[in-house]
Design a binder for this molecule. Structure first.
Ligand SMILES: [Fe+2]
Length: 320
């Protein structure tokens, strides 16, 4: 089905359509089915804390460089939540990458297709793989991600979208991945292949406000490509405020692992909308997750970490 948003996107921007919005999201939510859980992978590699690379400093862009005013951004603990894009960096060691790649290869048989957003994917990968579950709940991994973002981060308490594995292949489709911004605020993407493995598959973003994207054209100088050609290249993106897209893969295979995080201190400002989530997961699966997100807490760092099964990460930990 082609939506109005897709049609307008196709004619104006880089020949990539845009994802469904508004009424289309509600229709997708009514059709979406609760994702099925799969048994864990027997004999998969074991996660080790030493798989987190020591220094993950990298190029950084601030949201103000995308046109956002400082007063529009979250503040806490004397910090402005202003990180727009960091990377590419190597967050895992080569051995850690090899193991993650093996896990993703073994999960590929569980991958399904999504109706409107991307190529084949596995959602809730942390519910299927002890390796991935332990990776995203490893204190060192979370601290590295939090320091990239500049705010304390834990795995998102909405369980279904927490880790997604995307499998891109040269299948002749021209409509993946559509221009979109994420429902999630803090998104980390780990590339398991380098440019030697595939053609196409370039990650583009619009260096402007999300509300300025409509009408941008393919030759708009604000459309940039992130240099993610190296295997293991990892990008942090403030996904809800930045329009981005991936061009179709025309040769070979590209696999990415996408982790969605949550800042317990900015829970009230979390950008997820019920219908954005329900369009992917179905209404029945979204209701309990939504309650888990919106139920009041006394101590944000402690209470949301318990809900997410995560170590506690505080503001003080960022500087430690
Ligand atoms: Fe995205």
């Amino acid at each position: 089905m082609t939506t109005a948003g897709e049609r307008s996107g196709r004619s104006s921007v880089l020949n990539h359509p845009r994802m469904a919005t508004g009424v289309d999201q509600v229709l997708h939510a009514l059709r979406a089915r609760r994702p099925r859980r799969r048994p864990e992978l027997p004999g998969e590699p074991r996660w080790r804390p030493g798989f987190v690379a020591g220094d993950v400093g990298g190029p950084r862009l601030r949201l103000q460089e995308f046109g956002y005013a400082t007063h529009e951004l979250n503040r806490g603990h004397g910090t402005v939540d202003e990180t727009a894009l960091v990377g590419p960096v190597q967050i895992l060691t080569p051995e850690g990458l090899d193991c993650l790649g093996e896990v993703c290869d073994r999960l590929e048989g569980s991958a399904g297709t999504a109706r409107f957003i991307t190529t084949r994917r596995v959602r809730s990968a942390d519910l299927m793989s002890a390796f991935i579950n332990n990776m995203i709940r490893d204190r060192g991994f979370l601290l590295a991600c939090s320091r990239m973002a500049g705010v304390p981060l834990i795995p998102h308490p909405l369980r279904i979208p927490t880790v997604q594995i995307n499998y891109f292949e040269a299948d002749g489709r021209r409509d993946i991945v559509k221009w979109h911004h994420d429902g999630m605020d803090y998104v980390l993407t780990i590339q398991l292949n380098g440019y030697e493995d595939y053609d196409g598959g370039r990650f583009s973003y619009f260096q402007g406000r999300a509300d300025a994207f409509t009408g941008a054209r393919a030759d708009d100088p604000r459309i940039k490509e992130a240099p993610c050609g190296e295997r293991g290249a990892t990008l942090f993106l403030h996904g809800s405020r930045i329009f981005h897209a991936v061009s179709p893969v025309t040769r070979g295979r590209r696999v990415t692992v996408v982790v969605s995080f949550f800042c317990p201190y900015f829970a009230r400002q979390d950008s997820n909308t019920f219908w954005h989530l329900a369009a992917d997961d179905g209404i029945a699966a979204t209701v309990p997750n939504w309650l888990r997100l919106k139920w009041p807490v006394r101590d944000p760092a402690m209470d949301f970490s318990l809900r997410a099964g995560s170590p506690v990460i505080t503001w003080e930990d960022l500087s430690g």
